[in-house]
Ligand binder design. Structure first.
Ligand SMILES: *Cc1c(COP(=O)(O)O)cnc(C)c1O
Ligand code: SF4
Length: 334
């Protein structure tokens, strides 16, 4: 256990850091000393998916480098604007699988709740960039409809919170769900898919830690980091607090051209994540969503990269290379 006095009782509130995120591409370039590159880097017209990136994440980018792998994940680019055959707005068939209350139940034993539409960072390759999040998500109505569905299906042993980013909800809101789940005998595990401990690690504050640690369910957190430079001391602390709260902490990454499509970056990611106590889980082939074609890595290259990882790393540091295919009953290994 971490002594309570080592967790800041009143840290800088994460909600405030959230509000202070950079949303203006020109400001982002200015902060990085890249104003002179605006003409070549920024699209001529606004895209329909605004820039958003917390300042703490920007601080991990290399100053003066227009090819920085963290910057490339968040900066709108002209390449997003053209239509590319094979790339669609609902690349993984979520709209077909989603029920009105934000529950996606397509995998055996596991139900996924689309808890919220909001994220602290906007990732340009995100398959949900065109997702028509209604105001009505699983969290609406004190999670009522979602909990009703979970209670009524004894085959569900694991509840997966996804989004958007579920940790963008307040801890009080998450606690409402935790209380309801704890009262459903067949639900054994709560899994949270989140990028917040990476992009805004202050989110894992004492209030969240204490709630999570006391939850009478097995806990799994699947983080989302794509490059070793996304980790810093604050992220290490967030991961430590998650593990201290009893969670198994894993990482999933997306294979992205110009970000992590080389063996050094991927091996570095596994090593750096493990140094934070985090095991690699999935390496996803890109979902073919409109506006993300310039990030795609061919399957042959993806397989060669994972083969290179297998030679360099212990088996537990090699992620599973998978693709999401609409309608399939699980992620599909390549
Ligand atoms: C990816 C996904 C899951 C979880 O799959 P795992 O292989 O267990 O990580 C569950 N439900 C849906 C709808 C998913 O897309
Ligand atoms: S944090 Fe996750 S859901 Fe949000 S934009 Fe990034 S990839 Fe998409």
């Amino acid at each position: 256990m971490i002594p309570a006095n080592r967790l800041p009782a009143q840290p800088v509130r994460w909600q405030q850091l959230w509000r202070e995120a950079i949303t203006d591409p020109r400001e982002l370039l200015a902060v990085l000393g890249l104003s002179g590159h605006a003409g070549e880097l920024l699209p001529a017209i606004d895209t329909d998916f605004a820039l958003r990136v917390p300042r703490g994440f920007v601080a991990r980018m290399r100053h003066g480098d227009p090819a920085d792998p963290l910057l490339r994940q968040v900066l709108p680019q002209a390449a997003e604007l053209g239509d590319v055959p094979g790339f669609t707005r609902d690349a993984v068939g979520d709209l077909a699988a989603r029920s009105a209350n934000g529950v996606l139940h397509k995998y055996e034993g596991r139900a996924l709740l689309v808890a919220t539409g909001s994220c602290a960072v906007h990732c340009r390759y995100c398959f949900r960039r065109h997702f028509p999040y209604a105001d009505e998500t699983a969290a609406a109505n004190r999670w009522g409809e979602a909990v009703e569905h979970l209670r009524g299906d004894a085959s569900i042993h694991e509840v997966i919170l996804s989004g958007g980013d579920p940790l963008s909800l307040s801890t009080a809101k998450l606690a409402e769900l935790g209380d309801a789940l704890a009262a459903i005998p067949h639900v054994r595990r709560l899994r949270i898919h989140t990028r917040l401990p990476i992009v805004l690690p202050e989110r894992v504050d004492a209030e969240f830690h204490d709630w999570f640690a006391a939850l009478p369910l097995q806990r799994v957190v699947v983080l989302h980091a794509n490059h070793p430079a996304e980790f810093d001391a604050a992220v290490d602390a967030a991961c430590l607090h998650l593990r201290d709260a009893g969670a198994t902490v894993l990482n999933q990454a997306v294979l992205l051209r110009g970000v992590n499509d080389d063996a050094d970056a991927l091996a570095g990611l596994s090593e750096r994540a493990f140094a934070a106590g985090v095991l690699p889980y999935y390496l996803h082939q890109l979902d073919r969503v409109t506006g993300a074609a310039h990030f795609e890595v061919p399957d042959g290259r993806a397989l060669a990269l994972v083969e290179a990882l297998r030679r360099r790393l212990p088996g537990y540091l090699v992620p599973r290379l998978v693709r999401e295919i609409a309608g399939e009953p699980s992620k599909t290994p390549l």
